[in-house]
Structure formats: structure tokens, C-alpha cells
Design a protein around this ligand. Structure first.
Ligand code: NAD
Length: 244
């Protein structure tokens, strides 16, 4: 059985990604800041082949432990989905240095640590697939989104391309997924304002918001053998939002 580690797995997109990968036959390690959150989420998705683990993505020691555990329990780490992320919404003029740094810790340092410790394992086992959840904000300057988020997701996009270019020779594929607004815990706050909701819908040529399942389907494809020649792809799941 192939294994997949998903970060931020108890969140809205994370849960849908875990469900998709489990239904495709992966042994899924759903990780999040607390193991309890994962256990509750697993009870909700009702699939047997999902395990809960605590992983704070900003902590290098947590990354070392999770890879050690998965290797000792399953023997390989085939797919890693770097999904955990936050947005502290301040325009650049009001953004404190502390908030800027926190955004980069959770959104970028996380992906760096994940990949740093995945690569030696994937080299040894002859390959693997790393999927980074960026955003439309990692492709374009998005008029409704604060700079700290856009800059952090841009860093994830370029980190993806660097790994794809330099580690493809080890059969390690690294791709990124770029959702437009999905109605999840990350955005529920501001989407309760009908004007904000209208703005977000109007920017999508398809005329509606993405669902967590839309994003999970893209991740499922990139994780599959069908995508074995896809490396360094930035896959928008945005209904055409970034085409203007
Ligand atoms: N929702 C959207 O509109 C949208 C659009 C584009 C991209 N994204 C990206 O998708 C990803 C998932 O977002 P979501 O909408 O499901 O958000 P969410 O808030 O529902 O879930 C995020 C999860 O990350 C976890 N997390 C936060 N800090 C962590 C840490 N230090 N260590 C481990 N886990 C941590 C949280 O506990 C939570 O479960 C994020 O990277 C986000 O930037 C979301």
C-alpha cells in the first residue's frame, strides 16, 4: 500500500484531500497541530485507512518524527501534501513584522522542512511525489488579498519549481496546486459579508466558488501514477480566475 502524509489534514481542504487519497487506496497520515483534531476529522470521514498524527509544520523535530514513524510503520513515504496554511489578513501598511514572519513560518518554512526531510527518503526509495498547496495568489498579484499571503504563496510556487528542476533526476516529482477562493474555515469570516462574497464569485469565469472536493481531485490526480510525467506543474483550480 502506498503512503501519503497530508499536513493541515483536519482543516477543510485537508479533510477532503485525505478522503480522496484514502479512497484511492493510500494509507493516509492525516496530520495537524493536534492529534485530537485529526481524530475528530477521521471519525467524520469514516474511512479505515487514515491515521492521525500530531505535526506542527513549523517544528523541524516534528518533521523528523513523522517521517521516522511512517517509515517504521509502512516502509515508504510515497506522497507528501503540504497543505497547512494560514492567512493573517492585514494590508501591507498595517502588517506587523511579527505577523509577516508568522505567515512565512507557517506557509513557507513548513514546506522547506517537509521537503528537506522528504528528499533523502525519496532518493533512497527511488522516487516520490510532493504536492504543495499554493493559491491563485502564488501565480498573480490578487487584488483582494494581502501581501504577506501572496508573497508566501509565491515562495511556495518557486520552491516547487526549484525542487522539480533539481530533484526530478531522482524520480521525485514536485507540483503545486493553486485554488481560488474555496468556502472553508480560512475564509468563512470575510465571506459572511455579502459584498465580499459577490466580489469573489464575480472574479471566477465559471461563476461559482471552488469546493474542497475540486481541490482534492487535482491533488488525487497529481498523486497518481497517471501523473507520472508531470513535474513542476502549477495547476490552477480556479475556474479560469487567473486567465485575465
Ligand atoms: N480556502 C481557500 O479559499 C484557499 C484558497 C487557496 C489556497 N488555500 C490554501 O489551502 C490550504 C488549506 O486551507 P483551508 O482553507 O483548508 O484552511 P483551514 O483553516 O480550514 O485549514 C488549515 C489547517 O492548517 C492547520 N494548521 C495551521 N497551522 C498549523 C501548523 N503550524 N502546523 C500544522 N497544521 C497547522 C490548521 O489547524 C487547519 O486544520 C492552505 O495552505 C491555504 O492557504 C485555501
Amino acid at each position: 500500500m502506498k503512503t501519503a502524509i497530508v499536513t493541515g489534514g483536519a482543516g477543510s481542504l485537508g479533510k477532503a484531500i485525505c478522503r480522496k487519497l484514502a479512497s484511492e487506496g493510500f494509507m493516509v497520515y492525516m496530520t495537524d497541530i493536534s492529534e485530537e483534531r485529526c481524530k475528530d476529522a477521521i471519525a467524520e470521514i469514516k474511512l479505515g485507512n487514515v491515521r492521525a498524527k500530531k505535526l506542527d509544520v513549523t517544528e523541524e523535530s516534528d518533521w523528523i518524527s513523522i517521517y521516522k514513524d511512517v517509515i517504521s510503520e509502512e516502509g515508504s513515504v510515497d506522497v507528501v501534501v503540504n497543505n497547512a496554511g494560514v492567512n493573517i489578513r492585514h494590508d501591507i501598511e498595517e502588517c506587523s513584522v511579527e505577523d509577516w514572519d508568522k505567515m512565512f513560518q507557517i506557509n513557507v518554512r513548513s514546506v522547506f522542512l517537509s521537503i528537506k526531510h522528504a528528499i533523502p527518503i525519496m532518493k533512497t526509495q527511488g522516487g516520490g511525489s510532493i504536492i504543495n498547496i499554493s493559491s491563485v495568489c502564488g501565480l498573480v498579484g490578487h487584488r483582494y488579498t494581502n501581501e504577506s499571503y501572496t508573497a508566501s504563496k509565491g515562495a511556495v510556487t518557486m520552491l516547487t519549481k526549484s525542487i522539480a528542476s533539481r530533484y526530478g533526476k531522482y524520480n521525485i516529482r514536485c507540483n503545486s496546486v493553486h485554488p481560488s477562493t474555496v468556502k472553508t474555515g480560512l475564509v468563512n469570516g470575510f465571506l459572511s459579508d455579502p459584498d465580499r462574497m459577490r466580489e469573489r464569485i464575480e472574479e471566477v469565469p465559471l461563476g461559482h466558488l471552488a469546493t474542497p472536493e475540486d481541490v482534492a481531485a487535482a491533488v488525487g490526480f497529481l498523486a497518481s501514477d497517471e501523473a507520472s510525467f508531470l513535474n513542476g506543474v502549477q495547476l490552477p483550480v480556479d475556474g479560469g480566475t487567473t486567465c485575465d
